[in-house]
Design a protein around this ligand. Structure first.
Ligand code: ADP
Length: 294
């Protein structure tokens, strides 16, 4: 059984590429426009499904055309969308301006994601029956906490990506088995910029932490053991968007399959390294055969 439930966001990213971003009150003519399915929840679901997981997405899209596109995209990657509700109003959107240097400015409008404030009996039953629950912080915190509590009460392991980073209520962290921040999020949550110090601090609140370190790999720390650094494969990165979500989604599959942690982390790093060598976020996430081959 590799049942992975993802309680999280689904967004359409609306990306405008331009030489120079406009100042307030200014209009510029850009180069290119793309709509890209995103949202950290949906991205992790796609990564896990492509890696061979049996994945159920819990959340909401709007009753606009983006909602249909987002659902269809998840289903194409093999994600079960039976608990991805369609609600009245717009889907979540991220309005992204990317300038000639690759720097971006983003406005996120939660839309349908913002309506997921509590879980119904169907969602609770699905979480209770899963092997593992993936959580991020792009849904209302009330739902994230309820999901984590439901999982914890049933002995379902939980993995939290603390993004967008914000102060975490103890009630949430008490129900988290594995926290996976990137190094910026780890620094923000712990007050320590050194990943080892950050990990030590975070172990006071959760039993295990993986701090992702971009091209430098990751640091794994669990209570009662010394932190261990795992390198990332050396590759030429063309677009690192979605690397963290690929890492977490793939890691979840390996852990659900009961692979030992070092093997699971190596597998996740291989998948993330494949992702960064191709443009796009969810589009660049690798399938199981590719990860096995790497
Ligand atoms: P996020 O995308 O959330 O900011 P990171 O940048 O830390 O997270 O990347 C997550 C994981 O993706 C890393 O731990 C690593 O395994 C992989 N990764 C990211 N960038 C690279 C890179 N340039 N080369 C190889 N692997 C990478």
């Amino acid at each position: 059984m590799t049942g992975i439930a993802v309680l999280g966001s689904t967004n359409m990213d609306l990306v405008a590429y331009t030489e120079r971003a406009p100042r307030l009150g200014e209009t510029v003519t850009g180069r290119e426009f793309r709509t890209v399915p995103g949202g950290k929840g949906a991205n992790q679901a796609v990564a896990a499904a492509r890696a061979g997981g049996d994945v159920l997405m819990i959340g909401a899209v709007g009753d606009d055309p983006y909602g249909d596109l987002l659902r269809a995209g998840l289903e194409r990657s093999g994600v079960d969308t039976g608990l991805l509700h369609t609600v009245e109003g717009p889907s979540g959107t991220a309005h992204i301006v990317v300038d000639g240097t690759g720097a971006n400015a983003i406005v996120v409008i939660p839309g349908a994601n913002g309506t997921v404030t509590a879980l119904g009996p169907g969602e609770m039953a699905a979480i209770a029956g899963a092997e593992l629950l993936l959580l991020q912080l792009e849904l209302p915190l009330s739902a994230v906490i309820e999901g984590a509590r439901t999982a914890h009460a049933q002995g379902v392991r939980t993995i939290l990506t603390p993004s967008p980073v914000q102060p975490l209520p103890p009630g949430l962290l008490d129900c988290v088995d594995l926290l996976v921040p990137n190094e910026h999020e780890a620094a923000e949550l712990s007050g320590f910029t050194d990943p080892r110090a950050a990990a030590q601090h975070l172990l006071g609140r959760v039993p295990a932490v993986v701090i992702t370190l971009g091209a430098r790999g990751c640091l794994y720390a669990a209570r009662g053991t010394d932190p261990v650094r795992f390198p990332a494969p050396e590759v030429t990165a063309v677009d690192t968007t979605g690397a963290g979500d690929t890492f977490v989604g793939t890691l979840a599959v390996a852990l659900a399959e009961r692979r030992p942690v070092p093997k699971a982390l190596a597998w996740a790093a291989s998948a993330a390294a494949l992702c960064v060598q191709r443009p796009g976020a969810s589009a660049s996430m690798p399938y199981r055969t590719e990860i096995e081959a790497a």
